[in-house]
Design a protein around this ligand. Structure first.
Ligand code: NAP
Ligand code: MG
Length: 448
C-alpha cells in the first residue's frame, strides 16, 4: 500500500488466492446456517454493538483512510461515521422485516423474506468504507453472511472493520474480509455456487462482466457503476450560491466520485457571468496535505490514475485551474475545461479526476436533451427559482438521484443507485434490505 499524498510505502497486504477464497466462502456458508436463525432482536443487538465498536474507532479508521487513500481528514471522518450510521440504521431492520398475510380461501397465506445465503460484496478504491457498509450491513441485517473483497489499492479500513466485527461479537464466518485481486477473489464470488448474490461497485465494464457471469447461476446482482452527472444552472437561479458550491460538487475526493457533477450546463444568457463567479471559487479550493483539517481535496489515488486524468486535459480548452502542492504524491489541480461540442472525450467519458467540463444551453428542453445525452444516469443537480421547472426537469432527467438548489450527497436513509448503464438496483434507504432476500409464499390449509 502506498500513501498517495507522499508516494511512500505504508505496508503490504498479501492477496488471497483461490483456495483461501474458497475456504472463506465455505466458512461463510457454514456460518449462514446459524446466523439466519439468530433471533431478530439478538441480530439487531449485535449490529448495534458493531456500530458502537466502529464509533469507538472512528479516529483510527479515519487516519487509516487518509494514509491509504489520500482522503481529506474531514471526509474520512464522515466516511467512518457513515459506516456506524448505516449499522445503526439497519440494526432496526431485523425486527421489522415483515411479510404479508394475503386473503385466500381455505386457509392462510403468508409471505416471508428469506435471506439468500452468502453475499459477496466487491468494493472499489474511491470510497472504501461507505461502499463496503452499504453492501455488507443490509446483507447481514437480512440474515445473510458476507464475504467482502476490498480494492487492491485500499484494503486497510475493510480489514480493520472485519476485526471490529469480531470484537463486537459477530460470530466467526458471518462477515469475512478477503483481500486480493479482482480477477481472482472477485471473480470467484461470481463463479462459486454458494455465493447467492454479488453486490458490486466499480467500473461499468467490470460490472457488465459480472452481470454476464452471474447469469450462469441466476445469481442476484446489485450494480453501482460509473457516472457523468450534470449540474444544470438556469438563468433565474441564485448564481452566487450555485457557483460557490460547484467546486465541491465535482472536485470532492479529487473527483474520484461516481456522483461527481462533472458536466456543467449553463444557460447561455448567464454563461459568462457564471464562469466569472466560478473562477475565484475554483482558485480558492484548498488542495493540500489531506491530514490538515483545512484540506478540501487531497491527491489522486495512484500514478496510473494521474496519467489517465492528465490525458483528458492535454488537448482540451482549459478555462482556468486551481492549485495543488508540488513534490511527491499524485497531485492534480482542479481543472475547468470548455467543451467544444458534445463529442469531446472529456464531456462524454467518466474522467474520475478533478476535471469539470462546461457547455452552454439555450432553454429547458435543450438542457434536458444535453443532460440525457449519455448512457450514464446516476446523479445530478439543477438550479432554478421556478418550482414548476424544478419539478419538470427533475422528472425529465434520467438519473437515479437528483438535487434541486443543492449538491446534496448520499443519505443512508434514502435510496441510491443508477438508471441506464449506471447500475442496477438501489442501495441504502428503506428498501435495500429486501434486495438481500427472496420472497417465499406459504399457504396453510385450515380445512379439516
Ligand atoms: P473496477 O476496476 O471496476 O474495480 C472495482 C472492484 O472490482 C475492485 O475491487 C476490483 O478489484 C474488482 N474487480 C476488478 N476486476 C474484476 C473482475 N473481473 N471480477 C470481479 N471483480 C473485479 O473499478 P475501480 O477502478 O476500482 O473504480 C473506478 C470506477 O468505479 C469508476 O468507473 C467509478 O465510477 C466506479 N464507481 C462507481 C460507484 C457507484 O456507486 N456507482 C462508486 C464508486 C466507483 P481490484 O482492486 O483487484 O482491481
Ligand atoms: Mg480497475
Amino acid at each position: 500500500m502506498i500513501n498517495p499524498a507522499t508516494g511512500s510505502v505504508l505496508t503490504s497486504v498479501p492477496g488471497m488466492g483461490l483456495e483461501e477464497t474458497d475456504a472463506a466462502i465455505e466458512r461463510a456458508h457454514k456460518a449462514f446456517e446459524s446466523w439466519r436463525t439468530v433471533a431478530p432482536g439478538d441480530r439487531a443487538r449485535l449490529l448495534r454493538r458493531f456500530a458502537a465498536v466502529v464509533d469507538a474507532h472512528l479516529d483510527e479508521l479515519a487516519d487509516l483512510e487518509v494514509r491509504n487513500s489520500g482522503h481529506t481528514i474531514g471526509n474520512a471522518k464522515w466516511e467512518a461515521g457513515n459506516v456506524r450510521d448505516v449499522l445503526d440504521y439497519y440494526a432496526g431492520a431485523p425486527e421489522r422485516l415483515s411479510g404479508r398475510q394475503i386473503p385466500v380461501a381455505g386457509g392462510i397465506d403468508i409471505t416471508v423474506h428469506e435471506p439468500l445465503g452468502v453475499v459477496g460484496v466487491i468494493v472499489p478504491w474511491n470510497f472504501p468504507m461507505p461502499i463496503a457498509g452499504w453492501g455488507f450491513v443490509p446483507a447481514l441485517a437480512a440474515g445473510n453472511t458476507v464475504v467482502l473483497k476490498p480494492a487492491e489499492l485500499t484494503p486497510l479500513t475493510a480489514l480493520l472493520l472485519g476485526e471490529l466485527a469480531l470484537e463486537a461479537g459477530l460470530p466467526e464466518g458471518v462477515f469475512t474480509v478477503v483481500p486480493g485481486k479482482g480477477s481472482v477473489v472477485g471473480q470467484r464470488f461470481v463463479t462459486h455456487p454458494a455465493v447467492r448474490k454479488v453486490c458490486f461497485t466499480g467500473s461499468t465494464d467490470v460490472g457488465k462482466a459480472i452481470m454476464a457471469g452471474a447469469a450462469d447461476q441466476v445469481k442476484r446482482v446489485t450494480l453501482e457503476l460509473g457516472g457523468k452527472s450534470a449540474n444544470i444552472v438556469f438563468a433565474d437561479a441564485d448564481l452566487e450560491k450555485a457557483a460557490a458550491s460547484t467546486p465541491s460538487s465535482v472536485f470532492d475526493n479529487a473527483g474520484q466520485d461516481c456522483c461527481a457533477r462533472s458536466r456543467l450546463l449553463i444557460q447561455d444568457s448567464v454563461y459568462d457571468e457564471f464562469l466569472a463567479l466560478l473562477e475565484p471559487a475554483v482558485r480558492a479550493f484548498r488542495v493540500e496535505d489531506p491530514s490538515r483539517p483545512t484540506a478540501e481535496m487531497g491527491p489522486l489515488i495512484s500514478a496510473a490514475q494521474r496519467r489517465s486524468v492528465s490525458a483528458y486535459v492535454d488537448d482540451a480548452d482549459v478555462a482556468f485551474r486551481g492549485t495543488s502542492p508540488d513534490g511527491p504524491g499524485w497531485w492534480f489541480s482542479p481543472t475547468v475545461l470548455l467543451a467544444r461540442s458534445t463529442d469531446d472525450r472529456h464531456w462524454r467519458e467518466e474522467v474520475f479526476g478533478p476535471v469539470l467540463s462546461v457547455l452552454p444551453f439555450r432553454d429547458e428542453q435543450d438542457a434536458v436533451r444535453l443532460a440525457n445525452d449519455t448512457e450514464y444516469g446516476l446523479s445530478g443537480s439543477l438550479w432554478t427559482r421556478d418550482v414548476g421547472r424544478a419539478l419538470r426537469v427533475s422528472r425529465a432527467v434520467e438519473t437515479g438521484a437528483l438535487s434541486v438548489n443543492s449538491h446534496s450527497s448520499v443519505r443512508y436513509w434514502t435510496p441510491f443507485g443508477g438508471m441506464k448503464q449506471s447500475g442496477l438496483g438501489r442501495e441504502l434507504g428503506p428498501d435495500a434490505l429486501l434486495s438481500f432476500t427472496d420472497v417465499k409464499n406459504v399457504f396453510i390449509a385450515t380445512e379439516d
